[in-house]
Design a protein around this ligand. Structure first.
Ligand code: MET
Length: 595
């Protein structure tokens, strides 16, 4: 999966057709992703890409790691390795996790490549040529000990708001206040602990203010045309309303794309200026015909999946850079954002050992598809959402096993039984109004599913799939599928089975974007190819006389006692400790306010 075309071969847009380019946020390489990160962009983008492919739409799904910047430098310092070593290590960790979760990237690339440098510098120089960059003096903290300006994350000191002694240059971890490093009291250099001085240094600013009218037009058209998520519209509008201001796009660090200007040899381009360019350069790494995807607004629709904290970079900064070059670009069509997933009522924390991280989900022995199901059915689509072990187990035991799995296995087992000996019976002649009503109901749900996924309502479309299997169970129930039916009313029984087995085939195709292994297993038990997701379902893709394979369990029950075991394994003591600390801090704050 990493760095190289997927088995689909090189996918290129087909002129005159609808072509979909899907991207998911490129994670930093300073951590192992947790469940919230996974559902936040990568898994959501995967469902949409798989759905589009299932609809027969030409689709390319791009992912990768975002490797430049202070997050990498700071983490390398902690792990006592070079930034390059850190990137190599975490790129591999991310790639492996997404592979386990069955993410169908066409390429999972990285931003530390020559292509990234070339494309970023090209954009940078075009912005300069068109008059959108300016040089400006700034005052910053400078470490005389290791002769370097200090980026936010390289300074620690006392928080000016709550007095916490170890606040970072960009934020105080105790009170949450966003900071600038010059605001810290008694600042110290994170590298060597020495006291920095203030010093003037020049930087390049992107004059977003000059681009505001164009960005506004872009936003108005794209947000309406592409039905952006509510969060992304609200956040972007607020920014535009406040008025765009020039933003510095160079930094005083070493790990980044070189600034293509004389006098800037000691500086690099700000990683957030080039992070979104990563999507382009990773596509270029996938195919040298990348411009067919990225310079083709006529034929290509760009769908981007991100966490809500990254909205501005995708909705304002990157589009501004594109517009400012004066080139033709494929620009954002749909922006899909997620809120946060909490873990047992609190935050995931790797350093405290709280929560499930991508590499440890596997340790539970629960299949990737079950994890996918849980996360997608709890996608923080319209607000925060919570992971708890009880609901995880209940999803498996009640929804998947009793509803979806029960329907599929009842139908297949019946065809396996001595009555039919694996052969789908002939039902072509049999008619009953209630059967037509059932087919109509399934078609209504299919229409709803397609509408929901077209609008990227991933979570609702999944619950629509479960409604379909629920209807399927109801259909077997109301027609009393059992030995007596086959003996007393063989033609009716044949029709019930014929329609039901076709429903199973349809279910495999609509669940496939969510649970690809489950869909594969159903199709292989049915001995059929995957059914494309079409507008209308005719209940005739599996014909009388077709021989199916042996039915196998799709899911198995998880013992409820497992919840306690897993809670322990994933940090229940630590969760308790954090809650105690939070309560103590609240008490302290209250006391301070009273005093
Ligand atoms: N690296 C960013 C993050 O992890 C996302 C970049 S998307 C171009 O938040």
């Amino acid at each position: 999966m990493t760095e190289g075309p997927h088995s689909r071969g090189t996918v290129l847009p087909v002129p005159g057709k609808r072509n979909i380019l899907v991207t998911s946020a490129l994670p930093f390489v300073n951590n192992v992703p947790h469940l919230g990160n996974i559902i936040g962009s990568v898994l959501s983008g995967d469902v949409f890409a798989r759905y589009c492919r299932g609809r027969g739409i030409n689709t390319l799904y791009i992912g990768g790691t975002d490797e430049y910047g202070t997050t990498t430098e700071a983490r390398a310092l902690v792990e006592k390795c070079t930034p390059q070593e850190l990137c190599d290590k975490y790129h591999a960790i991310h790639a492996e996790i997404y592979e386990w979760f069955n993410i169908s990237f066409d390429i999972f690339g990285r931003t530390t490549t020559q292509l990234q440098t070339d494309i970023t510098q090209d954009i940078f120089l075009k912005l300069q040529k068109n008059g959108f960059l300016k040089e400006q003096m700034t005052t910053q903290l400078y470490c005389q000990e290791h002769h370097s300006f200090l980026a936010d994350r390289f300074v620690e000191g006392e928080c000016p708001v709550c007095g916490y002694a170890d606040a970072r240059g960009d934020q105080c971890d105790l009170c949450g206040q966003l900071l600038e490093s010059l605001q810290l009291k008694h600042p110290r250099c994170k590298v060597d602990g020495s006291k920095p001085i203030t010093k003037d240094t020049k930087h390049i600013f992107l004059e977003l203010n000059k681009l505001q009218p164009d960005v506004e037009t872009f936003f108005r058209d794209s947000a309406a045309g592409g039905a952006w998520s509510n969060n992304s519209k609200v956040i972007t509008s607020a920014w535009l309303k406040e008025g765009l201001k020039p933003r510095s796009i160079t930094r005083d660090i070493k790990w980044g794309t070189e600034v293509p200007l004389p006098g800037y040899e000691e500086k690099v381009i700000y990683s957030w200026f080039d992070a979104c360019i990563g999507y382009v350069s990773i596509t270029a790494r996938y195919t040298d015909q990348w411009e067919k995807w990225w310079r083709n607004p006529q034929d290509v629709q760009l769908h981007q999946f991100i966490g809500k904290d990254n909205v501005i970079f995708h909705s304002v900064i990157f589009p501004s850079s594109q517009i400012g070059t004066g080139d033709t670009w494929t620009k954002l069509h749909h922006l899909s954002t997620t809120d946060y997933l909490t873990y047992e009522g609190g935050k995931f924390s790797k350093s405290r050992g709280i929560g499930v991280f991508g590499d440890s989900a596997q340790k539970t022995g629960v299949a990737a598809d079950i994890w996918r199901y849980f996360l997608l059915s709890h996608r923080p689509e319209t607000g925060d959402s919570e992971f708890t072990w009880d609901s995880f187990i209940s999803c498996n035991n009640n929804l998947l096993l009793k509803n979806f799995g029960n329907f599929v296995s009842r139908v297949l087992k019946f065809i396996n039984s001595r009555h039919y000996n694996n052969i789908v019976p002939n039902w072509a002649e049999y008619r009953e109004d209630s059967f037509d009503a059932f087919k109509q109901e399934i078609n209504n749900l299919l229409t709803q599913y397609i509408q929901e996924l077209n609008a990227v309502k991933i979570r609702s479309a999944l619950s629509t799939v479960l409604q379909m299997s629920q209807q399927g169970n109801g259909f077997l129930q109301s027609n009393k599928l059992d030995n007596r039916l086959v003996e007393n009313e063989p033609s009716k029984c044949a029709a019930v089975i014929g329609i039901a087995v076709n429903t199973v085939h349809l279910l495999a195709s609509v669940i496939a974007p969510y649970m690809p292994d489950t869909a594969k297993s159903i199709n292989s038990q049915l001995c059929v190819d995957a059914l494309p997701i079409q507008d209308h379902w005719h209940a005739d893709s599996i014909k009388p006389g077709h021989e199916i394979g042996k039915s196998e369990h799709l899911f198995s029950r998880i013992k409820p006692e497992k919840a306690e075991e897993w809670r322990k394994m994933f940090g229940s003591d630590e969760v308790k400790k954090v809650k105690e600390e939070e309560a103590a801090m609240k008490a302290k704050k209250n006391a301070a306010m009273k005093a």
